[in-house]
Ligand binder design. Structure first.
Ligand code: B12
Ligand code: SF4
Length: 446
């Protein structure tokens, strides 16, 4: 895809002087754009129309960011594999940070090059920084993964990251929004490079990746993002609540304090990216695994599995059980993850993300919620077959009905209000067996 077309370069250069209306009718030559991107440093690139059905759930966010968007340029930048695979977090994190920065710089270069040709473009961050004022809801602006999939740059594997057909999981993704249409667009791959070896599932110390493809967002976040996002909230609150230096040291070890300092000064430390490290998918990667699976497991997977380390878990989560059952060399450290909803809508949206499916074993219950006060709303939560469904309004016949003042409920979730007191004041009322409310608490620990 390096077919530089000088004729079309000239064409686009001239177009820089055309009015917006005149430009609208001209499509940019896709090969020319491809060359601009690879010269800026992309390792693979694809192009998606903003109108593409598969990304329609992002259209509003895309147009809010850049209302002139007509086309999305999706691209990947390669990570150096062995740097990611080693057990030393410092080495792996260094690679992530440098490629993160590189990917943002490549995007910037493309935007600048297009600007010179009179083409308007915007590059949202590939990861951080994000829109933290929206926390704990969707803090990022554009979801790169579905766009990369549409651009034919890979498919999501069991671990939920995009696997590039050649470079495998060892890529970071970027997206650029431009105000022009192209002569041709990319199509998604017609196969998934994931070989379903399930190594990501066995290597993940939190148990966030189930072999059947279920992904526990909250359990991944609590550990891997301990020093980013909500883990920082929990750390700060530990300082605030500590009665003395001795009390703080009981809560947070010296090693954790210096690690947090390092994250703040040198960039956040991802505590585990073992799902990517062990993934053998991708043409350039897979032969190593296929030639000698035993050696691959001994040298790449086992050192990560047997590494002695703390795994951050929510008390009562599936992760807590997973560590003690599968990783005797690791220690589960109970922490908070700072995920507390600010609205009732946020609470309902977050339920599938914080659901602990193993804790729901044997639960077959329909919950009705009626919220009163500031946010009046009815909702149904069905826990059945180790999965959760959230519906608006009251559906099905419920075995338990929870009526709550919306403010009190949010304060209860944030641990600012005790449930006994709220029940006594009748700000929260329950019609049905209390054990079902307890089961709800087990499925959604906070
Ligand atoms: C949110 C996020 C996370 C979350 C959720 C992961 C996920 N599966 O979506 C957490 C914090 C757990 C996370 C972890 C990691 N991430 Co991340 N992350 C993102 C981010 C910002 C958005 C992902 C997204 O679009 N999700 C939407 C859809 C497509 O994903 P989904 O699985 O269907 O749905 C999840 C989200 O909607 C999420 N969610 C819903 N509401 C909320 C609210 C909040 C506050 C948060 C945080 C999440 C969240 O939960 C859902 C269930 O998992 C992107 C950057 C970006 N701007 O796109 C990077 C990105 C996906 N991450 C990336 C990476 C590399 C990682 C890590 C390896 C850590 C690291 N070193 O960066 C791990 C891998 C975990 C895993 N196996 O998925 C890369 C993946 C590259 C690739 N080849 O695909 C991306 C694309 C960054 C980049 N530009 O390259 N990540
Ligand atoms: S480790 Fe195996 S199962 Fe997991 S994403 Fe990679 S190829 Fe798929």
């Amino acid at each position: 895809m390096t077919n530089h077309n000088t004729q079309s370069t000239k064409m686009v250069q001239k177009e820089g002087y055309l009015s917006e209306n005149q430009k609208k009718v001209k499509d940019i030559d896709t090969n020319w754009l491809q060359t601009i991107c690879s010269e800026a440093g992309t390792d693979d690139t694809g192009f998606v129309e903003v109108e593409r059905e598969a990304i329609s759930n992002q259209k509003k966010d895309i147009l809010e960011l850049f209302p002139y968007t007509k086309t999305l340029i999706s691209f990947v930048c390669k990570l150096n594999r062995d740097n990611i695979r080693v057990p030393a977090r410092s080495t792996s994190n260094l690679e992530y940070h440098l490629v993160n920065e590189h990917t943002n710089n490549v995007a910037r270069k493309i935007v600048a090059a297009l600007g010179k040709e009179g083409i308007r473009a915007v590059n949202p961050a590939i990861g951080f920084p994000m829109e933290m004022s929206r926390w704990p809801e969707k803090v990022w602006v554009i979801s790169h993964k579905p766009i990369a999939v549409e651009a034919g740059l890979g498919k999501m594997g069991i671990h939920r990251s995009v696997i590039h057909p050649k470079y495998g999981s060892f890529v970071l993704l970027g997206t650029i929004l431009i105000n022009r249409t192209l002569t041709s667009y990319s199509k998604p791959l017609n196969y998934n490079p994931c070989i379903e070896c399930k190594l990501c599932s066995v290597a993940c110390p939190t148990g966030a990746i189930s072999p059947d493809g279920h992904f526990s967002f909250a359990n991944c976040l609590t550990h891997t993002y301990r020093e980013l996002l909500g883990g920082f909230i929990d750390w700060t609150e530990n300082i605030v609540e500590s009665k003395s230096r001795k009390d703080y040291r009981k809560r947070v070890s010296d090693a954790e304090t210096v690690s947090m300092w390092q994250s703040l000064t040198y960039g956040g430390s991802y505590k585990s990216v073992y799902c990517i490290a062990v993934c053998p998918a991708g043409e350039e990667v897979v032969s190593h695994f296929l030639e000698d699976k035993k050696e691959f497991i001994e040298k790449i997977v086992k050192p990560l599995q047997s590494k002695a380390e703390d795994i951050y878990v929510l008390p009562g989560s599936d992760s807590e059980d997973h560590v003690s059952k599968h990783f005797p060399g690791k220690k589960a450290k109970k922490v908070g993850n700072g995920l507390r909803p600010r609205t009732i809508n946020g609470f309902l949206d977050a339920l599938p993300l914080i659901f602990q499916r193993n804790k729901s074993e044997g639960v077959d219950t329909t919950y009705h919620f009626t919220f009163t006060g500031k946010e009046k709303m009815k909702a149904t939560v069905i826990i059945r077959n180790k999965s959760v469904t959230v519906l608006s309004d009251h559906m099905e016949t419920a075995q338990i009905h929870i009526m709550a003042d919306s403010d009190t409920w949010l304060k209860f979730l944030a641990k600012e209000q005790g449930i006994i007191w709220a029940l006594f004041l009748r700000r929260i009322r329950v019609k049905g067996p209390l054990r079902l409310l307890q089961a709800f608490g087990r499925c959604f620990p906070t």
